[in-house]
Design a protein around this ligand. Structure first.
Ligand code: KG4
Ligand code: ZN
Length: 336
């Protein structure tokens, strides 16, 4: 029988307190996530309040998921935590708790790059051969396109030079007073089979040649439209906004796939990749080019503790571990 090894993952980079226990034989065995509500009052995440909420709940959630899984805390063999990128105070709470447990149980701990975890969690669900893959990471503050040739070998293709795609969803939701002010509300407010499409409403200039993205212009255009016209049809605008974003991604992906025929698959990750229409559009491209598309379950697209525990498991198995107690958060950690 294979020895069961229990990995604990802690994610506190922004406004979700998320924890998970991952086991090398049974996979994700227990997880929990609390999305902080307190920020609703302020129209955006307040760093100090985020840190306080993480302090209030992280340890409680760890004990809760262990109880649900009927696992004693001393059975944990390794602890993984988000080291960055994210809000410094919020990260420090998760790191401090992880290091304390690591010290008390005399087990290794490992700092995880949140962005890398968003991508790597795909491999917990991907059964087919997908590498080399074209990777699209679309989270709140980050929009990055990468080339992944091996398990841990990533090369940059392009990234956003201003807002992340998720931020633009958040800003447009806020502009139309949708709550919560995020992409989920945008998606929910677009009626099924909406047909009124006027693509000229939202103009956007993207430099296809350099593969970098820009989203701030789209937001400014919509703001301008709204101030110039009081009778705007909100549903029409958000529908066209979402389509504009989809077009930006699909144009890039098609462009890259038609010039590089070595790709075997497409991997997506980050909160925006939970968007149904974006997923459909990318899946369609994969069929068009006859390559794999990993269908990452929606709940693992947005922030979660399992992606941290899973990447901890991978890294520990590659001998990347740490017993040190130095507590270092890296708010602007890059993926490469
Ligand atoms: O990866 P994530 O959970 O947190 C960060 O690492 O940033 O991504 C959060 C972002 C938010 O900007 C949110 O508006 C966006 O993901 N998002 C969505 C959807 N669900 C979350 N955007 C579009 N459609 C969705 N269904
Ligand atoms: Zn994230």
């Amino acid at each position: 029988m294979i020895d069961e090894l229990i990995y604990l993952g802690i994610e506190t980079s922004c406004d979700d307190t998320a924890v998970s226990v991952f086991n090398n034989t049974k996979n994700i065995i227990s997880e929990y996530i609390i999305t902080q509500k307190i920020h609703k009052l302020y129209g955006g995440t307040v760093p100090e309040l985020a840190a306080r909420d993480h302090l209030k709940y992280t340890l409680k959630l760890i004990l809760y998921i262990l109880k649900i899984a009927k696992i004693k805390i001393n059975k944990i063999k390794c602890i993984a935590y988000t080291q960055g990128p994210g809000l410094k105070g919020a990260l420090l709470i998760g790191i401090s708790i992880a290091k304390t447990i690591s010290l008390l149980l005399k087990i290794p701990n490992i700092g995880i790059n949140h962005l890398e975890a968003h991508i790597m969690i795909n491999f917990n669900f991907c059964k087919k051969k997908i590498l080399p893959a074209l990777v699209l990471l679309i989270s709140g503050a980050h929009t990055i396109m990468l080339n992944m040739t091996k398990y841990n070998l990533l090369n940059m293709i392009g990234e956003s030079s201003d807002d992340g795609a998720g931020e633009s969803f958040d800003k447009i939701a806020r502009l139309f007073d949708l709550t919560p002010a995020n992409g989920i509300s945008i998606e929910k407010n677009i009626p099924y089979r909406f047909v009124y499409n006027n693509e000229k409403i939202i103009k956007t200039k993207q430099n296809i040649k350099h593969y970098n993205f820009s989203f701030s212009g789209i937001k400014s255009n919509i703001m301008k439209l709204k101030t110039e016209n009081n009778n705007l049809n909100m549903k029409n605008i958000i529908y066209n906004f979402q389509n504009t974003i989809i077009n930006i991604f699909t144009t890039r992906i098609r462009n890259i796939l038609s010039t590089n025929l070595s790709y075997k698959g497409i991997i997506i990750g980050g909160g925006v990749s939970a968007n149904k229409e974006i997923r459909i559009a990318i899946r369609n491209i994969s069929e068009e080019f006859n390559i794999e598309f990993n269908k990452l379950p929606k709940k693992y697209c947005t922030d979660n503790g399992s992606m941290i525990a899973f990447l901890g498991f991978i890294k520990i198995n590659n001998n990347k571990r740490d017993y040190k107690l130095s507590i270092k958060a890296v708010p602007n950690l890059r993926i490469i």
